[in-house]
Design a protein around this ligand. Structure first.
Ligand code: 5AD
Ligand code: FES
Length: 336
């Protein structure tokens, strides 16, 4: 079974059956070990704000959700998170947030450059949504190394059902290619099991990623949020998400693939299963505990009550128990 020579139809079949899971996962783990050994990289996630001008139908912090207690971290808050994280061994900081005009390009750039000045041995990753080329260029010039922007689904009609009018798949894809042009290490990805998603859609996601050639690929199960229009849809499954992680590892041997918090939310050992299927990154939360609960993209998100140090230790134990090793390094992509 070679994923890399399969037709779309064959792939769709693999995606929708659990028949080959054992073999798939074993193959993926082999490929992961050939490229990255047992190393698992840590990314310190700082959720800088839950204010968002967008209204994606799946997302708990969408603009129309009036039940969200909105917050914004100050520059001092963010620098404190980094200080704490650096002491815990983190060498990548991920600043993620809703699309919030309050953080102007000037503000973002000055925060990025302050982090890079204080911690020159660290990588800064941004995950702040769709912006103009000029903004991405300015962040890059200020020192940002990487950018995460999931494409969410590579199918036009499906994209339109998950997003409000006015958002477009084309614009999102354009952003991703611009980020690459600007020299970022780029991460994309999608949710598994989002409403109306078919196996054929997932094949399209894989094909799109093959044209993008991202350095990082983040996926996680869709999990319904009680205050969104998708509250009554079923969530993505553990099995299918883990299977997709394995397929991604086989298709993208060099990629940095996180075992996501969403995966850990739908099963107590979800993240361990992701690691065993080829994931090689974990992204523990460095946000101040007082805002943790408020960055709720989906229901029952884990790690909202723990301090950064607790998550760091918890994850280290989990990674060791799964047979892998935490490394304190920037963890840049290994080039093809
Ligand atoms: N379930 C799972 N993942 C979600 N995301 C947003 N809402 C949900 C949800 N309800 C994911 C999106 C986004 C990332 C930050 O979180 O894929 O890109
Ligand atoms: Fe946060 Fe286990 S990773 S408590």
């Amino acid at each position: 079974m070679d994923i890399n020579i399969m037709t779309d139809r064959e792939l769709a079949e693999i995606i929708s059956t659990d028949k080959y899971d054992g073999e798939l996962i074993a193959q993926a783990d082999r490929v992961r070990r050939e490229n990255y050994g047992t190393d698992v990289y840590l990314r310190g996630l700082i959720e800088i704000c839950n204010v968002c001008k967008n209204d994606c139908l799946y997302c708990g912090i969408r603009r129309s959700n009036g039940h969200v207690d909105r917050y914004r971290l100050s520059r001092e808050d963010i620098m404190n998170c980094c200080e704490n994280g650096y002491a815990l061994g983190f060498r990548t900081f991920v600043l993620q947030g809703g699309e919030d005009p309050y953080y102007s390009d000037g503000v973002i750039c000055s925060i990025v450059s302050e982090i890079k000045e204080k911690y020159p041995d660290c990588a800064v990753t941004l995950s702040l949504g769709e912006k103009e080329r000029e903004s991405y260029a300015a962040y890059r010039a200020a020192g940002a190394d990487r950018y995460l922007l999931r494409h969410e689904t590579a199918n036009e009609e499906h994209y339109a059902r998950l997003h409000p009018e006015g958002m477009s798949l084309k614009h999102r894809k354009d952003c991703l290619f611009i980020l690459k042009e600007l020299g970022y290490q780029v991460g994309s990805g999608f949710m598994v099991g989002s409403p109306w998603q078919t196996a054929e859609n997932l094949v399209e996601d894989l094909r799109f990623l093959q044209t993008l050639e991202p350095d990082m690929i983040g996926i996680g199960p869709f999990i319904p949020h009680r205050d969104t229009p998708f509250r009554d849809f079923p969530g993505g499954t553990l099995e299918q998400t883990v299977r997709m992680v394995a397929i991604l590892r086989l298709m993208f041997p060099y990629a940095l693939i996180p075992s996501t918090t969403a995966l850990g939310t739908i099963h107590p050992l979800g993240r361990e299963m992701g690691l065993k299927a080829g994931a090689n990154v974990v992204m523990p939360n460095l946000s101040p505990v007082r805002v943790r609960k408020l960055y709720e993209l989906y229901d029952n998100k884990i790690c909202t009550g723990e301090e950064a140090a607790e998550c760091r230790n918890c994850l280290e134990n989990r990674i060791t128990n799964a047979g892998y090793k935490v490394v304190s390094a920037r963890g840049d992509v290994k080039k093809r």
